[in-house]
Design a protein around this ligand. Structure first.
Ligand SMILES: CC(C)(COP(=O)(O)OP(=O)(O)OC[C@H]1O[C@@H](n2cnc3c(N)ncnc32)[C@H](O)[C@@H]1OP(=O)(O)O)[C@@H](O)C(=O)NCCC(=O)NCCS
Length: 117
């Protein structure tokens, strides 16, 4: 059963300036080690981090009726074919369907939450 959907859009500049100002402190407050390991500091670094920020916010919206979650409870990774997926740090009986897109200036993510049978 679908329990909710969520969407979020993030300006890349906002994430980039937070990282440039706060560095590790910001990265640790928002991202898991597994997420940071998955994103190399090359082309699209800020876009991909911003997209994960948007994905976390989209997931929070999708499951807001069920459970309040923090950004760090949600881990966004990629399958071998590049498709994004979501893991939770807490044990939740919820599956997330996720889609991400990013351009030069903005990143957008959409999440659908479904209760596992
Ligand atoms: C996968 C694909 C849809 C990504 O689209 P894009 O416009 O290049 O890039 P977007 O910014 O919209 O999306 C990038 C995100 O798509 C997601 N993505 C990548 N592969 C995916 C897949 N197989 N399934 C679902 N999502 C995928 C990732 O989350 C990625 O962001 P991330 O690397 O930061 O995690 C695209 O590369 C593709 O394969 N298109 C098929 C058509 C085609 O081959 N066109 C080229 C010839 S005209």
């Amino acid at each position: 059963m679908i329990i909710g959907i969520g969407i979020d859009m993030v300006k890349i500049e906002k994430i980039q300036s937070a990282i440039e100002r706060l560095g590790e402190a910001f990265l640790k407050r928002v991202f898991d080690k597994k997420e940071l390991k998955n994103i190399s500091k090359g082309k699209m670094y800020y876009q991909r981090l911003a997209a994960r920020f948007a994905a976390k916010e989209a997931v929070i919206k999708a499951i807001s009726k069920e459970k309040p979650l923090a950004l760090t409870d949600i881990i966004i990774l990629n399958k071998p074919n590049g498709a994004p997926y979501c893991e939770f740090k807490k044990k939740l009986n919820i599956e997330i369907f996720l889609s991400i897109t990013h351009l030069e200036d903005y990143a957008v993510a959409c999440a659908v939450a479904q209760r596992r049978r």
